[in-house]
Ligand binder design. Structure first.
Ligand code: SF4
Length: 188
């Protein structure tokens, strides 16, 4: 960079010689700031989504580049949130990109003090075994002479990350199992 260019780059020179005499706009902007571009401008795809964290269900725009999430912002077209996200929703990119997120099944056996990693198939089998055994042990055919055919030992509490279709399937599953306490957090 030449001396002249360097001097002309000074904010006070730009303020005195340019179109921003009060130094509250372009004159106060550094070259680094001028070169900054929003992460959203580099996306090759924008996908409409819903924040998975709570029952409000704020609309999100997920910016993707080369198959990776680069930014998540509020969706102005959402009638629920009209472009807004709370701090949790604004940070939801971390949900998919944070290197500290847990990606394996962790199991702490009864009276254990350490977490153990389990293969997913093994964990699924363990859960299925416990569900079947609990249902078998606590099955109630009648209550006070009235036919009920239920189990009070199994309940489901769904979270806001479940979509409509998943909730539909969970309701079917738990009803088929004979559970009657089937709830979801999404009740706002
Ligand atoms: S942005 Fe905040 S309020 Fe909206 S759904 Fe996500 S966690 Fe809930």
């Amino acid at each position: 960079m030449g001396v002249r260019q360097w001097i002309e780059g000074w904010p006070v020179v730009r303020q005195l010689t340019g179109a921003d005499p009060l130094g509250r706009g372009a004159a106060a902007e550094s070259r680094v700031t001028s070169a900054l571009r929003p992460r959203t401008s580099q996306a090759d795809r924008v996908v409409a989504s819903v924040c998975p964290y709570c029952a409000v269900g704020c609309g999100q725009k997920v910016y993707v580049r080369d198959g990776k999430v680069t930014q998540i912002e509020g969706d102005p077209d959402s009638p629920i949130s009209r472009g807004r996200l709370c701090p949790k929703g604004s940070a939801s990119k971390q949900l998919v990109t944070n290197p500290n997120r847990v990606t394996t099944v962790l199991y702490r056996r009864p009276h254990g003090t350490e977490w153990e990693e389990l293969p997913l198939d093994r964990a699924m089998d363990m859960i299925a075994d416990r569900v079947i055994e609990t249902r078998r042990r606590h099955w109630q055919e009648e209550d006070g002479g009235q036919r009920v055919r239920r189990t009070m030992a199994i309940a489901s509490l769904g979270g806001a990350t479940l979509d409509n279709e998943e909730n539909y399937l969970m309701k079917k599953l738990y009803t088929a199992l004979g559970a009657i306490q089937i709830e979801n957090q999404a009740r706002i």
